[in-house]
Write a protein that binds this ligand. Structure first.
Ligand code: AVI
Length: 324
């Protein structure tokens, strides 16, 4: 069977492929990993600086107040590579890196991120701010990069997956992801994961529906990206940002809801997509965990929880796991 040029391009371009799958599925969905183009990176930086988006400050407090304890747990005597999956701007991690340096810990820092743009900025800043740091950045999808990292060739690995990035996995994918990390680590290696915790639903909803509308712009930016990169004609004014939080599952789900019946054409995939009035596109899940769920997740994926490091208000936990 021979393929047309368009079919070949669609096969090669992950964004086109996923948009095609997502917008022809019922219910419709898009994938939040595509939020992060250059404008999306900038909007996420703005979100992290918002008062309502408490997650960043809560995790920073954990690092500032518990860095000594973390180093006691992972042990600073042996050389290790510190692999940070989804490093982002690395600003919070810097607190730990600086502390490890001051304590003369022998480690190399390997930040991994899907955004090449973010990674370049991070490397530049780290080189300027912590000149003696050995840094080896790696751009790519977590799943692809995990295999390349060859954790097993190293004497010891400490992996970080911070900032509640774990919350962006749906329930059916999270275990698969953790098992693939597990399978690339050696017995005794550590994994520290940042979990946003279940709390007052109103606090959570405000974090994803901020008063300045930055999170709304962050979601709509994906439609803009599809317009720019795939030749689509989404009218951004005809979609409403609608996050909902379910305190039982802990899932905060963000939707863009079509405010009227409409058709959107996406040239690169040769599709016209029909929207009913008030039909949603599921954009992102940001799951919140209870400490018990963290324990269960570790056990189910081949780890044990060594200790949960909390902020003073118990809004957030950096959970230190060890491969059993
Ligand atoms: C990257 N991730 C952990 C953020 C979150 O909280 O789920 C992304 C985000 N979405 C809206 N605001 C922030």
């Amino acid at each position: 069977m021979s393929l047309t040029l368009k079919e070949t391009q669609t096969m090669l371009d992950p964004l086109a492929r996923d948009v095609k799958i997502g917008l022809t599925s019922q219910p419709k969905r898009l994938y939040s990993k595509y939020f992060y183009d250059a404008r999306g990176d900038g909007l996420f930086q703005q979100i992290m600086a918002l008062e309502e988006y408490y997650l960043t400050r809560a995790e920073l407090e954990v690092f500032q107040t518990q860095k000594e304890r973390l180093l006691q747990i992972i042990g600073g005597e042996e050389t290790f590579q510190l692999v940070e999956l989804g490093a982002g701007d690395g600003q919070k991690t810097k607190v730990l890196l600086e502390y490890f340096q001051q304590q003369n810990v022998d480690f190399s820092y390997c930040p991994v991120d899907i955004s090449e743009n973010v990674l370049q900025q991070l490397e530049k800043r780290m080189r300027a701010e912590i000149p003696d740091l050995t840094i080896k950045p790696l751009a790519g999808d977590y799943f692809d990069v995990l295999a390349d990292l060859k954790f097993k060739n190293h004497s010891k690995t400490v992996a970080f997956f911070l900032g509640s990035n774990i919350g962006n996995f749906l329930a059916d994918k999270v275990q698969q992801f953790l098992v693939s990390i597990h399978d690339n680590l050696r017995s005794g290696d550590y994994l520290m994961i940042g979990f946003d915790l279940k709390k007052d639903p109103k606090t959570i909803l405000k974090a994803y529906n901020d008063s300045k509308g930055v999170t709304k712009a962050f979601n709509l930016n994906l439609l803009k990206r599809i317009n720019n990169e795939l030749g689509a004609n989404f009218d951004l004014d005809k979609f409403q940002h609608n996050p909902v939080y379910d305190p039982q599952t802990g899932e905060c789900r963000s939707y863009l809801v079509s405010t009227e019946e409409q058709e959107v054409t996406i040239a690169a995939i040769e599709k016209t997509v029909h929207f009913d009035a008030w039909e949603p596109i599921f954009m992102e899940v940001s799951k919140k965990y209870a400490p018990k769920e963290i324990e269960e997740l570790a056990q189910a994926t081949g780890f044990k929880v060594v200790e949960n490091l909390y902020d003073s208000q118990k809004r957030f936990a950096d959970s230190v796991w060890q491969v059993v």
